[in-house]
Design a protein around this ligand. Sequence first.
Ligand code: NA7
Length: 550
Amino acid sequence: MSTNQTATPAEGQATRVDVLVVGAGFGGMYALYKFRGMGLKTVGIEAGDDVGGVWYWNRYPGARCDLMSIDYSYGFSDEIQQEWTWSEQFAAQPEILAYANFVADRLDLRKDFKFNTRVTSARWDEEQNVWRATTDAGEVLEAPYCVMATGPLSIPKDPDIPGIERFKGELLRAQKWPHTPVSYAGKRVGVIGTGSTGIQIIQEIGPQAGELFVFQRTPSFTLPMRNHDLDADYVAEMKHHYPAIREACRNNPTGGARPISTRPFFSLPPTQRRQLMEQAWINGGHTFLGIFSDLMLNQDANDEVADFVREKIGEIVKDAKTAEALKPRGYPIFARRPCLDTSYYETYNRENVHLVDCKNDPIVEITEKGIRTQSGETELDMLIFATGYDALTGALLAFDVTGRDGISLKDKWKDGPTSLYGMMLNGFPNLFAVSGPNGPAALANLITIAEHDVDWIADMITHMDRAGVKSVEPTQQAEDAWMKLVAQLAEHSLIRKANTWWVGANVKGKPQGLTMFVGGFNKYRDHCLKAKQDGYADFVFDREKQSAAA
Ligand code: NA7
């Protein structure tokens, strides 16, 4: 199918390919493999010097995926899933990055990626029906199809605190961690940020640092991970059942294999509810989320689970004042990304670990020597930022994307992101996003979503190729209807009730609101499938020709 021609440009000309993929994370890697396999000349652009995306950058101590490794891995190739063996229930960053490298080697992906390169702009050329992208290497690439696999968590965010540039000690950012070993021994280390990242760092370096000071503004709920090595028999069994496991993931609201209960919290008597929660605490992982059906819909049910976890924090943390400060209040449990830990609360029982409660003692500034809070200065040798990301939309808005009639993405999204399925945008023909901001995005297994989205995009391209059409975009009505559904579902979810990156609250000036599809990955998949079965009735093909004929 299609052209599969590469024209080597003369000086000043653009490099012409069929598909341009931005990003070499798990979404971009699969996209490149898939489109190349369709006979399309595909080129990937990646800012890092190798594959892995967020797992390439995030080398901070303790970095680990909180989805089970068996689930958080590709299902598109049986050879790959049979050849690769995970060592732990929840894999650490080095193993996940090794897996990304294994896949890249196995599929020979690197030859079609341009590493150490950033896209600086992308513009739709209506005459030629191509996206024309420029890079910071001064190159121009042209492709009829442009696939943004830029990831929901790829633009790190420094804290909004004055004086960062003054600090004379070692300043480290979780998402741009050095590739060489870092020593904490004998040092006074400060950590700002107690989301998933901060929690992983704190429990890892607490025992290593001379003194560790945790500057906590909002405490997170974290549950025991109960990580363990995978034994050979279990792995063999999983490998045997991989096809069924992948199918279960595709039919699950979280894109993972673990079933979600249909039992509402208050349908059970209190003793049984308690028993289930105790069991979930012992089992670990995200079991809690799956044991009742209505934790994100029923505030009273949510409150009881939150009380249970607060009680556990009180039991683990010996100092009563520290325990109280660590107990999250004022937002529903699971409305911030639920974290999994191995020894987080226990870390605060160490004499060298100190919690600074910034709700009561706010940070005023960063000084040459450390951090000044209202009550005084804490001197530090090392300061670590685990302060999150400009998530979901940040990477897509980091460069100029200009669609039909000169519409810029920044303008289109000035009040928040809108699209059809998070994948396609009215006004931006042939532009696709993998795990975009109006799909399930951060609420489900990102590898399951990425595989789904890339396959859906591939089907669309195949359809266009067969129909002999050159451009496609969703109708405005279809996009509006999707966004209405996204908003209606969000309205009933407790997720919108916390100030998190999920709702854009962590970035000053960012439009606020829950723009992800909270209906579950399986339902999202149904919607996308229906679009195809309906013969893509919600899309306009070759718009120019159609308007001319009208
Ligand atoms: P998060 O979850 O956005 O957490 C960022 C943390 O940084 C959070 O505790 C913030 O507190 C804190 N923060 C940010 N700015 C400040 C200032 N100025 N002062 C004090 N504390 C601050 O990012 P993560 O990297 O931990 O996790 C992101 C996702 O990666 C995670 O959800 C997983 O999906 C993987 P705040 O809440 O704003 O009070």
